[in-house]
Design a protein. Structure first.
Length: 234
């Protein structure tokens, strides 16, 4: 039933209470009619919105259909149709980067017969030299990826991420550059990575060797040795 304000105002108080009960509205003793009517109108408005399963907008493919989304994200944009990338810290150890594409540019790239893949290039800078990175590493991503966590060494202090495309012949194009972020890890003790292999028998039996291999395999950036800038003597 479509509950309009004029209809609710026209019914008797007993009928109004019955309608409220049918819609699960608790009516305390002495509650005035106007408050009951306002509550029923709010419920009716929410019901109308939930029945609209597909938002009619000019560019449908930029928005979610709430029928296919079970997290309450109906109407949220999944793309802003712009090629860009951003990076921020999740915690002192992990950074989070997310990106998007301008749709015509994305289609031109992926439909090119020479197109190979997308990847992220993580650039590392000294605090006193933000113009040129001293190190970098690449992370391959798929065409459907739009975000990624990555791990950095305790020695790294400033980073940014580039969204790149790669052709079959090896040609690389930088599509977007992120903001710079400062990691400020100088106060974190570098004691999370076990670098020495000479451990006692009880420690060996604890499985530390397997843990170290797993750590190196998944967080190898933390094991890089930071090269100090070379100073030329006059």
């Amino acid at each position: 039933m479509n509950l309009s304000k004029s209809y609710l105002q026209s019914v008797s108080t007993d009928e109004l209470l019955q309608i409220a009960d049918a819609h699960g509205v608790f009516v305390a003793g002495g509650l005035c009619r106007n408050l009951i009517i306002e509550e029923l109108l709010e419920i009716n408005e929410d019901t109308d919105l939930s029945n609209n399963k597909l938002l009619k907008i000019r560019n449908d493919d930029l928005f979610l259909d709430d029928e296919g989304d079970d997290k309450g994200n109906a109407g949220l944009a999944i793309s802003y149709n712009k090629t860009e990338i951003h990076v921020l810290l999740r915690d002192p150890m992990w950074a989070f980067t997310f990106w998007d594409f301008y749709k015509p540019e994305f289609l031109n790239l992926t439909n090119d017969p020479d197109f190979d893949s997308f990847f992220l290039r993580v650039l590392l800078f000294y605090e006193n030299n933000l113009s040129e990175p001293y190190d970098s590493f690449d992370i391959d991503v798929t065409e459907s990826d739009r975000s990624r966590y990555f791990y950095l060494s305790f020695n790294d202090s400033v980073t940014r991420v580039e969204l790149c495309s790669r052709k079959i012949e090896g040609e690389i194009s930088v599509l977007a550059r992120s903001n710079l972020i400062r990691l400020r890890r100088e106060n974190i003790a570098n004691n999370l990575c076990v670098l020495d292999n000479d451990v006692s028998s009880p420690v060996y039996l604890s499985g530390i060797s397997a843990l170290k291999k797993h750590h190196f395999k998944n967080y190898r950036q933390a094991f890089r040795v930071k090269e100090e800038p070379k100073i030329e003597r006059l």
